[in-house]
Design a binder for this molecule. Structure first.
Ligand code: COA
Length: 378
């Protein structure tokens, strides 16, 4: 067979599929902007609530607008009783499977589910953003045989999540770490899960379908699953002195150092710089500086790779932060997902605004015109 001549771009590497105004990534220098604002400023000076207002409404809010938005988030934190039952039924599953299932079930209770207008999609995105922490925290408690904790309206988004998870109001500095982590995960262009969400939206499926897809795609270790793997690696290494040899052996065996490498960044992922400082400070505050030291030694051992553009990404230090906050390791990806729901929503809104079916092609390289042989003659 003569092969059809096509331009193959495996993995859609460096293929631009549309225009966006939600986020800008300069992978060469390691720069990330949301709606034109640098994440260095947003992560240090803003809150998750304010940052996602910026993403969803394309402007920074006034105090009155932020208060109203905050009220809307708080009003939507509760889950229908049936969703709580589904969480109970699926409690032994991985938290990402439970989150994906619960988002899917929430679609069946959503009166506006089929309304793909910009306004309804935004309202549903805010609702899902508010509901996700309740799903994750409720599941985490139910599977340990503990009673779920109702959301506390006096607490902000991040603090309330920690409260619902542990049953105690968190220290403001701990809540701030999760708040910042949510900010840094909120949006990142057409990454794999956002692409998945856009593919769903491009068929005119609704936001719940798109977010369900986003959660499903995020689960993989090449995407959101890396933070969990990084912390497993740090625990496996056990002590700083073993880090260099561990990395050498891993790479020699053809393995990958999780939390390193990125499809777009050839420089250090700017999000990881903020998380690095947080991981170090938290480790010192908790009297456990060892995990940061191990990760710092891994970074040192990866220097030859960093020079080739394989640098630390957002997942490298986030796992250590969650670990030091006593968050179970299989919840790490769910925390990423909680932060990313506004980003998926924004991507879906953009897709709906100027929709085109996302439908690439595959080049067929198999046999042609094979004769069908009846089953009794094979
Ligand atoms: C994120 C990732 C999937 C991007 O993959 P990609 O853009 O398709 O890049 P490739 O898989 O083609 O890798 C390019 C080269 O870098 C190497 N590389 C990439 N990431 C690496 C890592 N973490 N450790 C060691 N080598 C790595 C690959 O082996 C490959 O080398 P080669 O050209 O000699 O074959 C990849 O870097 C990875 O698997 N990282 C670890 C998982 C992770 O941290 N994911 C979170 C991303 S935010």
């Amino acid at each position: 067979m003569t092969e059809e001549k096509v331009e193959l771009r495996r993995g859609l590497r460096d293929v631009y599929i549309d225009r966006t105004t939600s986020s800008f990534i300069d992978g060469k220098i390691g720069k990330l902007l949301y709606r034109g604002y640098n994440i260095d400023d947003l992560s240090e000076k803003s809150t998750f609530e304010e940052t996602i207002y910026l993403l969803l409404y394309d402007k920074l809010p006034t105090q009155a607008e932020l208060d109203e938005f905050d009220g809307e988030l708080k009003a939507n934190r509760h889950l229908p009783e049936e969703v709580l039952q589904v969480i109970e039924l699926t409690k032994t599953a991985h938290p990402m499977d439970v989150l994906r299932t619960a988002v899917s079930v929430l679609a069946t209770f959503e009166p506006e589910v089929n309304d793909n207008s910009q306004e309804a999609t935004l309202r549903k995105g805010v609702k899902l953003t508010a509901q996700a922490p309740t799903i994750v925290a409720t599941h985490a408690r139910i599977r340990e045989g503990k009673d779920p904790i109702a959301p506390d309206d006096t607490l902000g988004h991040a603090a309330n999540f920690l409260y619902m998870l542990f049953g105690e109001k968190p220290l403001p500095e701990d809540a701030r770490l999760i708040d910042k982590d949510f900010i840094l995960h909120a949006e990142h262009g057409i990454n794999a899960s956002s692409f998945g969400a856009r593919v769903a939206a491009s068929t005119q499926a609704d936001l719940h379908c798109a977010v369900t897809t986003g959660v499903a795609v995020l689960k993989g270790p090449s995407h959101g699953g890396a933070a969990e793997e990084v912390m497993k690696m740090a625990l496996d290494i056990g002590e700083e002195a073993r880090a260099e040899q561990y990395v050498k052996d891993l790479l020699a065996g053809g393995g990958r150092v999780m939390g390193f490498g990125h499809r777009v960044y050839r420089a250090v992922d700017p999000r990881s710089i903020h998380l690095k400082d947080d991981a170090r400070e938290l480790g010192e505050r908790k009297g456990q500086p060892k995990w940061f030291s191990i990760l710092a030694s891994v970074t040192k051992a990866m220097e030859p790779y960093s020079r080739r553009g394989i640098c630390q990404n957002v997942d490298f230090f986030s796992g250590a932060i969650y670990y030091l906050l006593d968050i179970p390791d299989d919840l790490f990806i769910s925390i990423f997902a909680m932060g990313r729901i506004p980003g998926w929503t924004v991507q879906v809104m953009e897709q709906f605004k100027n929709n085109i079916l996302l439908r690439p092609r595959l080049q067929y390289v198999g046999p042609m015109d094979v004769e069908y042989v009846p089953i009794d003659q094979r």
